[in-house]
Design a protein around this ligand. Structure first.
Ligand SMILES: [Cu+2]
Length: 667
């Protein structure tokens, strides 16, 4: 009778939905912090015979529901749920009375509650939220963070105040990124380490003006590893990265997925970006200075993190603009490097120290199973860095010469903490052992090389200060946007010899490719440096590095790729060059019996593609805009280019065997 009255009252009040489920908590208007355990409680107002419960979660608009838990037994009216780190902080919960096989579902929805984002600033390590899917939106914008003394520091970030969300991509997936520049200055975004066409690479040739959106679109061809994104606007890279322009990219693939590795993001698989920063007296960020005496770990000062007592994985990125770290754990706890910049190693390599130069990434495993209740610090043992390394007590290999302000910076030549780990109870299904082997890397054979190149780093001005401070040039010339330094035939296999005739080590980075190091100062690199790399620290004073790389897949006569020093002040000062990859991609390509003909080319109107096995065909402009996309099961497809202006376009054709770009010309 009482229920009947309530129903009548609801109808009289005009409430459109009455539940057979009533959500008791959350009700709405509450505020929860990320990581806290939220009690979801409900009651059944009208019983049904065949049913169970589903719990759904929606952020912001309450329109798109993600399942928290499905198929909860009907007798259960309670569920404990850990509040996730979301991009938007307005959220709702829905409990559904799921009458299997029936359209008659009944539900109760909470009001809007607030999720306090995991905060940047001080103390608890900030874990960036995650974005994935076919289309990803990034907004580069201004922000404010209280890093020091509660005073707001002006910052830049992607979708947030500082740094950006972690992009999780799967090898083989097509992804479109919409990058909107909400700053009042031009920027670019470079997908550091990823193998994409030059027009999608986000180098200095692809500026995004204030207020504009750039939408590169590509197939992920990279191996599972940790990559990152950051601005790459010539002469402004250091400033925009310093203010916060940086985010992780995690690529997953089938080989990695089959291994017994920790991969619960933010729990036993932790991204860590290490950045040293300089603040002025108003607590604002300074660039182009040697006063970088504050360590921010994921944008957090004095960072600590609660971590389970089991085998855990760290994805370490040196996101500093100049500083090299010498990483290790307290008490020389050993750890295992499993990946370098562009992929997994053949096998885990046991280490107690690991140098990480600007731009470099490594993935490591640490076995914490016997350390529950302890605190262990991740430390940079910079007192052990050799002279001639930015971060050592002497950044020069020469006794003379100095960097202004360097000797006053307490981080130089001393050991300091990056992250305090508080080791808590293990999770329910922990990884408990370090794998014996990982994947099979097959470095290119030196016997088959087509071209060798030599790049010599020199100071623009001689003398001990020029040798240390730069500006630095490569083969006698600073960067000139009008000069293409190398023209590389598509599919060329090359050896690059880097020779450093300066007093300081430089981390050399090349776009487009992952390389294998052949030797450093004539010596075979240690096992942890024998995997895929895109940054290598070249030792000072006639130090040499040789690497081998293949320039495959992408050719474009118009848009170059970059190579440069990843000490960003050196890069901005011109320690950079560019190359184009050119190739006979105009009509046919034969790869693994995958023969595709495109004709006529050039064409005034229709263009025919034959030899397609099932394929995804994408048509791009030279600026990387996706014009058309077709999923085809046919041998042949015809496109009309009638509506497009005369000029160069690209077909990106993905079959089960390959993904290739084909240049075409509309007359
Ligand atoms: Cu440099």
């Amino acid at each position: 009778m009482k229920k009947y009255l309530i129903v009548v009252c609801l109808i009289i009040l005009g409430t459109p939905v009455f539940g057979h489920v009533d959500l008791l908590s959350p009700k709405g208007t509450e505020t929860y912090s990320v990581g806290t355990v939220l009690s979801i409680n409900w009651e059944e107002t009208i019983p049904h015979s065949i049913q169970n419960w589903d719990i759904l979660f929606s952020v912001d608009d309450g329109q798109t529901w993600d399942t928290i838990q499905a198929d909860i037994d009907v007798a259960t009216f309670h569920y404990e749920w850990t509040v996730p780190n979301t991009i938007t902080n307005r959220a709702k919960i829905q409990v559904v009375q799921d009458n299997d096989e029936s359209y008659m579902d009944y539900y109760g929805i909470s009001g809007i509650f607030t999720i306090l984002p995991d905060s940047l600033g001080q103390g608890k390590l900030f874990i960036p939220s995650v974005l994935s899917g076919e289309e990803i939106n990034l907004s580069f914008q201004k922000g404010q963070v209280a890093f020091l003394d509660g005073i707001m520091t002006n910052t830049y970030g992607y979708n947030q105040d500082y740094l950006g969300p972690t992009l999780i991509l799967n090898k083989g997936d097509a992804v479109r990124l919409n990058v909107t520049n909400n700053l009042s200055e031009t920027t670019t975004v470079h997908w550091h380490g990823m193998h994409v066409s030059p027009e999608n690479d986000g180098g200095p040739h692809t500026p995004i003006k204030a207020g504009e959106t750039w939408s590169p679109s590509f197939t992920v061809l990279d191996n599972a590893a940790t990559y990152w994104y950051h601005p790459h606007l010539h002469e402004h890279t250091e400033e925009q990265v310093t203010k916060g322009g940086a985010g992780f990219i995690i690529v997953k693939d089938q080989e990695e997925t089959q291994l017994e590795l920790p991969r619960t993001y933010g729990v036993d698989d932790i991204p860590i970006v290490i950045q040293s920063r300089a603040f002025d007296s108003n607590k604002q960020l300074l660039s182009n200075t040697a006063a970088d005496d504050v360590i921010l770990t994921n944008g957090t000062l004095d960072a600590f993190f609660d971590i389970p007592a089991q085998v855990v994985r760290f994805r370490l990125l040196n996101g500093s603009t100049e500083r090299v770290y010498n990483l290790g754990f307290e008490d020389n706890l050993n750890f295992f490097q499993i990946a370098s910049d562009g992929g997994l190693l053949n096998a885990p390599v046991s280490l107690t120290r690991l140098q990480l130069a600007p731009g470099e990434r490594v993935e490591i495993l640490v076995d914490l199973s016997t350390h529950q209740g302890q605190s262990i610090n991740l430390i940079s043992f910079s007192s052990e860095l050799p002279s001639g390394t930015y971060g050592a007590s002497n950044p020069s290999v020469m006794p003379m010469g100095s960097i202004a302000g360097y000797n006053n910076n307490p981080l130089n030549g001393s050991d300091f903490t990056i992250l305090q780990l508080n080791i808590a109870a293990s999770t329910t299904n922990p990884i408990t052992s370090i794998p014996v082997t990982l994947i099979n890397n097959t470095p290119y054979s030196q016997n088959n090389i087509n071209t060798s190149r030599s790049l010599t780093f020199q100071p623009a001005q001689m003398g001990p200060n020029g040798m240390l401070n730069g500006p630095f040039v490569i083969n006698g010339a600073g960067f000139n946007q009008e000069v293409v330094n190398y023209e590389i035939p598509l599919n060329n296999l090359e050896i690059w010899e880097l020779r450093n005739q300066t007093a300081i080590a430089h981390p050399f980075h090349i776009h487009d490719v992952q390389f294998y190091i052949l030797d450093i100062n004539g010596q075979t690199p240690p096992p942890n440096m024998q995997g895929r790399k895109d940054v290598v620290l070249v030792p000072p004073m006639n130090g040499t590095v040789r690497f081998i790389a293949k320039f495959d897949d992408f050719a474009n006569k118009e848009v170059p790729y970059m190579y440069h020093c990843h000490m960003l002040s050196h890069e901005d000062d011109g320690m950079m060059g560019q190359f184009i990859v050119f190739g006979n991609t105009t009509s046919t390509i034969e790869e693994e019996k995958d023969l595709i003909y495109i004709y006529p080319n050039p064409t005034a109107d229709n263009i025919q593609l034959t030899g397609l096995s099932p394929a995804i065909i994408e048509l791009y402009s030279t600026s990387g805009h996706l014009l058309e996309r077709r999923e085809s099961a046919n041998i042949e497809e015809q496109f009309s280019l009638n509506k497009y202006a005369a000029g160069v376009y690209y077909f990106n054709i993905m079959t089960q065997k390959s993904s290739r770009a084909y240049k075409i010309v509309k007359e």
